[in-house]
Design a protein around this ligand. Structure first.
Ligand code: ATP
Ligand code: MG
Length: 297
C-alpha cells in the first residue's frame, strides 16, 4: 500500500503544527485537487475549530461523533471500528476545498488517554490506530494527523503507525531542543517501528532577525532534519487563517501573496517527498510485488 499518512508533530507547543495541517490540507485540496483527511488528535481541538463554526463543532461533540468516541468504542469497549461514521465533509471556509474531510476532536480525549493507561490498553490502542490508518488510506490522497505537543500514549501510537512525520519548528533555542528530545524518543524501542521523517518546516521565521537566521542555518546544517527548502515567515495573514470565516472565502484571499506562495511551495515539496519515498519503496520491492503495487496505485 502506498505510504500517505503523515503525523504533524513537535514536542514543543505553539510552533504552528495545527496551522500547518490546516494550510497544507486546504492547499492540497483547493490548489492541487487532492483529497485529504485531517485527523484531529489534540484534546484542544484546534484544527477542528479552524475548520468549522464553534456551533457545528459543539454539535458534533454533543452527538458523540469525534475521534474520542471512535477510539473509545474500539479500544475500551472492543467494538468494531466503524471510522466512516466519524468522517465529516463540508468543513473549511474555502470555497473549493470540497476534497477536505475531518475527524474532529474533543476535550474528552485527555480522559480517554487516562483510561487507556489505567486499564493498560496500550496494545489495543496501537492496534486500533493501525486499523484506522489502514482503513482510511485507500480513500484519500493524503492523511494528516494533528498531534498535540508532548509525547502522550496516543501521540506515540500515531508516530509508530503513521508512514511519515513532519515537524514544524520555530527558529529558536527551545524548539531546537524540542527536536532533539523527539530524535532521542525516536531512537527508543526501534523494534516497535517509527514514522519516517518527511522533514522539518521552519515556521514563524523573521527574515530580518539575525538570531532567526542563525537558528535556521543550525537546523538546516543537520542533514537528518531534512528541512523543507521553503521557510514560513511570521505574518498577520497566517495568524488570521486560524479564524474560521462562516461567510466563506477563496484560497487566494485566505493565503495571499508571499504566504500563499510559501504554503504552495511546501505543499509541492510534501507531494514530491511522498512520491519519492513511494518510488523508492517500489524499487526495493521484489518483482512480483512491484506488479501488484503498480496495479494498485
Ligand atoms: N507563520 C505564522 N505567522 C504568524 N502566526 C503564526 C504562524 N504560524 C502559526 N501562527 C500562530 O501561532 C499560534 C500557534 O499556532 P498553532 O496553534 O498552529 O501551533 P501548534 O504548534 O499547533 O500549538 P499547540 O502546541 O498548542 O498545538 C497561533 O496563534 C497561530 O495563529
Ligand atoms: Mg496545535
Amino acid at each position: 500500500m502506498k505510504r500517505t499518512t503523515i503525523a504533524v508533530m513537535n514536542t514543543k507547543g505553539g510552533v504552528g503544527k495545527s496551522t500547518l495541517v490546516l494550510a497544507l490540507a486546504e492547499t492540497l485540496t483547493a490548489i492541487f485537487n487532492k483529497t485529504v483527511l485531517v485527523i484531529d488528535s489534540d484534546a484542544q481541538a484546534s484544527v477542528s475549530a479552524m475548520l468549522m463554526t464553534s456551533m457545528r463543532l459543539h454539535k458534533l461533540q454533543s452527538d458523540a461523533t469525534t475521534i474520542v468516541d471512535l477510539l473509545a468504542a474500539s479500544v475500551l469497549q472492543q467494538q468494531k471500528l466503524e471510522w466512516q461514521k466519524f468522517v465529516i465533509g463540508g468543513s473549511s471556509d474555502i470555497d473549493d476545498a470540497q476534497g477536505l474531510f475531518l475527524i474532529p476532536s474533543d476535550m474528552q480525549l485527555t480522559l480517554f488517554e487516562r483510561e487507556v493507561s489505567k486499564e493498560s490498553r496500550h496494545a489495543a490502542l496501537r492496534a486500533t490506530i493501525k486499523m484506522l490508518l489502514d482503513g482510511v488510506k485507500p480513500g484519500y490522497d493524503y492523511v494528516f494527523i494533528d498531534c498535540p505537543p508532548g509525547l502522550s500514549v496516543l501521540t506515540e501510537a500515531w508516530l509508530r503507525e503513521a508512514d511519515f512525520h513532519i515537524s514544524p519548528t520555530k527558529p529558536d533555542y527551545i524548539s531546537v531542543c524540542g527536536l532533539e528530545v523527539f530524535r532521542r524518543f525516536k531512537a527508543l524501542n526501534p523494534e516497535m517501528g517509527f514514522a519516517e521523517n518527511l522533514g522539518v518546516v521552519v515556521n514563524l521565521m523573521d527574515p530580518n532577525g539575525a538570531q532567526d537566521r542563525d537558528y535556521d542555518s543550525w537546523l538546516r546544517d543537520r542533514a537528518d532534519n531534512r528541512c523543507f527548502t521553503q521557510p514560513i515567515h511570521r505574518s498577520m495573514a497566517l495568524q488570521h487563517v486560524t479564524q474560521f470565516s462562516p461567510e466563506g472565502r477563496s484560497w487566494l484571499s485566505k493565503y495571499p501573496g508571499a504566504v500563499g506562495a510559501s504554503i504552495k511551495a511546501i505543499a509541492l515539496e510534501v507531494m514530491d517527498r511522498v512520491a519519492a519515498a513511494n518510488a523508492a519503496d517500489a524499487d526495493r520491492a521484489p518483482d512480483g510485488e512491484k506488479e501488484t503495487s503498480a496495479a494498485a496505485s
